[in-house]
Ligand binder design. Structure first.
Ligand SMILES: Cc1cc2nc3c(=O)[nH]c(=O)nc-3n(C[C@H](O)[C@H](O)[C@H](O)COP(=O)(O)O)c2cc1C
Length: 130
């Protein structure tokens, strides 16, 4: 079971204590509560509190490959994307979705090269500017 839609460390800990195998740091794409905390801001504290006991995923505003690298650097094990593949679908059907994923992959590879890291495990917080 993965619990989606939390932005607080204590909620993540509670979820895991109740048996969740993972959490998704998410504010539902910012579509519910205006001015809700961004997931990039919430992620580090959640990742620290989880401490490797469960998977930490994140979504919301992942638009470029560099956003994926930043999320991993801030402590996510993986990212999820919501609207970009839908835009690809609307524009070009299955090929449009594939194009979005290919773009993200190549931008991610480029971001890794520019950051000078070859493994995702080497993406650390000190690579992110305040
Ligand atoms: C049209 C639409 C409907 C959504 N409905 C739900 C929902 O019913 N439950 C939910 O947890 N999240 C819902 N979400 C949020 C997504 O699951 C996801 O958290 C969000 O889209 C990620 O942000 P992104 O679109 O910026 O990548 C919805 C998002 C969109 C765009």
């Amino acid at each position: 079971m993965i619990v989606k839609g939390l932005v607080r460390a204590d909620d993540a800990v509670k979820s895991i204590d109740h048996g969740a195998g993972g959490v998704v740091v998410s504010n539902h794409g910012g579509r519910q509560l205006d001015t809700a905390v961004s997931t990039a801001r919430a992620l580090p504290a959640v990742a620290d509190a989880v401490g490797g006991r469960a998977a930490v995923l994140v979504d919301g505003g992942i638009r470029r490959g560099a956003d994926v690298a930043k999320a991993l650097a801030l402590g996510a094990d993986a990212v999820l994307i919501g609207r970009p593949p839908l835009w690809g679908l609307a524009q070009g059907g299955e090929e449009g979705v594939q194009h979005v994923l290919t773009l993200l992959q190549s931008e991610f590879d480029n971001a890794m090269a520019l950051l000078g890291v070859t493994h995702t495990a080497d993406l650390s917080r000190d690579l992110i500017a305040d």
